[in-house]
Design a protein around this ligand. Structure first.
Ligand SMILES: [Zn+2]
Length: 106
């Protein structure tokens, strides 16, 4: 912990080994620059986390919607098949009723 930190002053570009908040040569504050950078990094991380979370939520919602759509589509298809079968049966009955049993061909 007590090891001196080697820092380069962003203002005068001299290396200082003091742990103070200011450069011992020019008095420029180390804190402000690094603080801003830290803030930017934090903001970027925050944005990344938020965006990542939103992306994951969207993906999850999309998957759920896809599953629902799949279920819905297969249900509709089953219904259509049933109805088609019914119609076919009705038509056949109707045809059977209307057609004479034996069609005499001349
Ligand atoms: Zn300096």
């Amino acid at each position: 912990m007590d090891q001196p930190v080697q820092r380069v002053c962003p203002h005068c570009a001299r290396i200082s080994y003091e742990s103070g908040a200011r450069c011992p040569y020019c008095g420029h504050s180390f804190k402000r620059g690094s603080g801003l950078v830290g803030m930017a990094v934090l903001l970027a991380l925050f944005a990344l986390v938020v965006l990542g979370g939103m992306f994951l939520m969207l993906v999850a919602a999309g998957n759920e919607a896809d599953r629902k759509l799949d279920r819905e589509v297969s249900r509709v298809q089953r219904n259509l098949n049933d109805q088609f079968d019914q119609i076919q049966g009705n038509v056949r009955e109707e045809l059977d009723k209307r057609l004479p049993e034996a069609t005499p061909t001349p």
